[in-house]
Design a binder for this molecule. Structure first.
Ligand code: BGC
Length: 717
């Protein structure tokens, strides 16, 4: 039934597309120059209707041509409505968490749930997903992005796009491209070699465009090799449209930074956001003085009209039902959580819990900035424990609750809240050792939750963000000492917006569970995962380095907050293609947790690896068996090592991945994946083209990039 509906919907979309160019032509032919100019520039906020719901931009309506105003709203973690309004939307786990699920079907469903809510709020375009590569741990928007790997990024992005657009709501895949730092994001000149650009920074976008046909895409603020991306004809009309066949609308990122309007349209942008009267004037002048071709303006205008025919229109009578979203959010929070350590403490055996850390009572559900979502509720860890019938230390709960109430009422904190989109973090509470000792006497185990948030426009720092604060370090060591002295165990829950340092302290607690920014149902997910009601199946889609300065991009990133110059005005990606695991594995640098790492309460055997060369590429199949005591899911990566000779290659690269269904103990699943031949290619900068190396390839299978479970060789001619 569901399949039938989806097929019908796809046919409808196809029919719409056929009519699109005809509709666009008709209106275009009648439109004046001024109307065309207004069509491709967002209307000013003062012209927004009063019912506007936290919307970021609108297109101009032209009732006489039957052209409606399209509504654009942010959507990195769900629909962003204004904090001042009554309406609420589901806060989903951040993209970093979703990617850790290694489950594209799940991400498709999250996209469908977010698209459904967007449609319910009469939104035509959801400004998501963020698809930049996680190049450095400190980028302020990493939580909005999926991975350090382009295949995970591309596949996750495609799944999300498919889900959102199945509702007749457009996405805007962003920020195209090389927006990998937030410091000086409007002006920084990113200098990237063509090979790294093609193989990493464009690849994810390419996969998403080719596989999911997003209806819109957003160009980034930064420059690439001296040319503002928004003005790059080569990137937009050349690569995106020319090479990949993108047929949707290209919009600019919110250009608070002045740009050359004529160059933006000529390069291939079809819609300028948020939009102002000066841009309309620039376009009219450009056509009149011959600097802008009418053909470019017509293209842009027809893309706006086309978008209107693709997206759903109707007008919803009431706010959407948020129940399906909550269910998806809860599931995704569990699936994306990664169990990093467990010496037998988990799943919890019962007893009374001492919940430490402000975040146990005040979870960071979503990140800040345009990804912030005002959700109907956020389930806290202490409340989830209580609902699950687990006894918790109420003296500690009382203390933390009072602290949260007191600190949230602080005037300085409230000044920060007023100017931020999202919620700034309350600082961690320092606890006296005697208080911890008393808790260790009366409770059976401890859970310490540590949190981090992040936002656009600013990168994360090293001290007290990437590295733990002194208060956090003391908290962990005092609690571990006190509980261990009494033969009791300690788990740390990480509620973080990105990669943090773990190497120096990970040996202290008995278990570490990383739930990232888990969305509004996060507390319940933590409780389910710790108690074993859910079995952790997330795997890292990024590397946790042993230290920040082990990262290949460490020095070519504004970690020291420069005011100008290197990494402020100009950032050179001198590590080339050696980003994330491509660097650590190839150069043999020890990491804290490798790409693909994650523990489970069960174990999996791999067998029967078969690889076959086909005209399309390489077919890989293998069997995964649950060899442990409880049901669980396994995420498996297929890594390819290329033959030596020719271009240098990383020791292995992820080319496909899959996640099994929930396997009962003893149950098996045969996983089959295809690696397209073109994905074996590397970009030869000198020749200016993709080249596939001939010879013997080794295919490794297993989740963790450092520990393949099976390998097989195959020759490509
Ligand atoms: C962000 C975009 C966002 C837009 C609208 C910009 O500052 O970079 O990701 O969609 O604002 O809020």
């Amino acid at each position: 039934m569901g399949v039938l509906i989806i097929m019908k919907f796809k046919l409808l979309i196809l029919a719409c597309l056929v009519c699109v160019s005809a509709a666009a032509q008709t209106s275009l032919g009648d439109m004046t120059l001024e109307e065309k100019a207004r069509c491709v520039v967002g209307i000013e906020r003062s012209e927004f209707p009063p019912t506007n719901k936290g919307v970021c931009a609108r297109t101009a309506p032209f009732p006489k041509y039957g052209i409606n105003s399209l509504v654009l709203a942010d959507g990195s973690s769900g629909v962003r409505l204004s904090r001042r309004e009554q309406d609420r939307a589901t806060a989903f786990p951040s993209n970093m968490a979703l990617a850790s699920s290694w489950d594209t079907e799940l991400v498709q469903k999250v996209g469908a749930a977010a698209g459904y809510e967007a449609r319910g709020y009469d939104i035509n375009v959801l400004l998501a997903p963020g698809m930049n590569i996680i190049r450095n741990p400190l980028c302020g928007r990493n939580f909005e992005y999926y991975s350090e790997d382009p295949v995970i990024t591309g596949k996750m992005g495609a799944a999300f796009v498919d889900g959102v657009q199945s509702n007749g709501v457009a996405v805007s895949v962003k920020h195209f491209t090389c927006n990998n730092q937030e410091t000086n994001r409007g002006h920084v000149n990113t200098v990237v070699g063509k090979r790294a650009l093609r193989e990493l920074y464009l690849k994810g976008f390419e996969i998403c465009v080719r596989e999911a046909s997003p209806w819109t895409l957003m160009t980034s603020y930064n420059s690439l090799d001296g040319v503002p991306v928004q003005e790059s004809y080569w990137l937009i009309n050349g690569i995106l449209r020319g090479e990949w066949g993108f047929d949707g609308l290209v919009m600019t990122d919110w250009s608070f930074v002045p740009h050359n309007t004529v160059a933006q349209i000529h390069a291939g942008n079809d819609f300028l956001t948020p939009g102002c009267a000066d841009q309309v004037r620039d376009i009219i002048d450009g056509v009149n003085n011959g600097t802008l071709d009418m053909a470019d303006l017509d293209r842009a205008c027809s893309k706006v009209i086309q978008l209107g025919t693709r997206t759903w229109h109707g007008g919803s009578a009431s706010a959407p039902d948020l129940t399906p979203g909550a269910e998806m959010s809860a599931l995704a929070a569990c699936e994306g959580a990664v169990l990093l350590e467990n010496n037998g403490m988990l799943p919890l055996a019962g007893g009374k819990a001492a919940l430490f850390g402000v975040r146990s009572y005040d979870l960071v559900a979503v990140g800040s900035g345009s990804a912030y979502v005002v959700s109907p509720h956020v389930i806290q860890i202490n409340d989830a424990f209580r609902s699950a019938g687990i006894s918790i230390d109420t003296e500690l709960e009382d203390l933390y609750r009072k602290y949260v109430a007191f600190a949230s009422a602080d005037i300085a904190y409230n000044e920060k809240v007023k100017v931020s989109i999202g919620l700034p973090l309350l600082p961690e509470l320092e606890l006296r050792r005697s208080l911890i000792d008393k808790a260790a006497d009366r409770d059976d185990y401890a859970v310490i939750t540590l949190g981090r948030t992040a936002e656009e426009g600013i990168d994360r720092g090293l001290k007290g963000d990437y590295y733990l604060t002194d208060t956090e370090k003391t908290l962990i060591s005092n609690i571990c000492e006190a509980f261990h002295a009494r033969g009791k165990k300690v788990a740390v829950v990480l509620n973080i917006a990105g990669i943090i340092e773990t190497e120096s302290w990970k040996h202290l607690p008995d278990a570490i569970l990383n739930v990232w920014l888990p969305g509004q149902e996060g507390g319940a997910a933590v409780c389910d995962l710790l108690t074993g009601a859910a079995n952790p199946s997330g795997r890292l889609a990024v590397t946790f380095p042993a230290d920040y300065f082990d990262c290949p991009s460490a020095l070519d990133f504004p970690y020291d907050k420069p005011e100008q110059g290197r990494n402020y005005d100009r950032t050179e990606y001198s590590e080339g293609i050696y980003v994330g695991y491509r660097y650590f594995c190839t150069k043999g640098v020890k990491v804290s947790y490798p790409f693909g790492y994650g523990l489970s309460y069960t174990s999996f055997d791999y067998s029967a690896l078969k690889v076959r060369s086909t005209c399309k590429g390489i077919s890989v199949s293998f069997t995964v068996t649950n060899s442990g005591p409880v049901s669980g899911r396994e995420a498996a990566g297929v890594y390819v090592s290329a033959p030596s000779g020719g271009l240098d290659k990383p020791s292995g690269e992820l080319k496909a991945f899959a996640k099994t269904r929930l396997l009962a103990p003893g149950e098996s699943e045969t996983v089959s994946v295809e690696i397209p031949a073109s994905w074996l290619a590397s970009f030869n900068e000198e020749a200016g083209k993709w080249q596939v190396a001939r010879g013997q390839y080794v295919i490794h299978v297993g989740a963790n990039v450092e520990s393949p479970r099976l390998s097989a060789k195959i020759k490509r001619k």
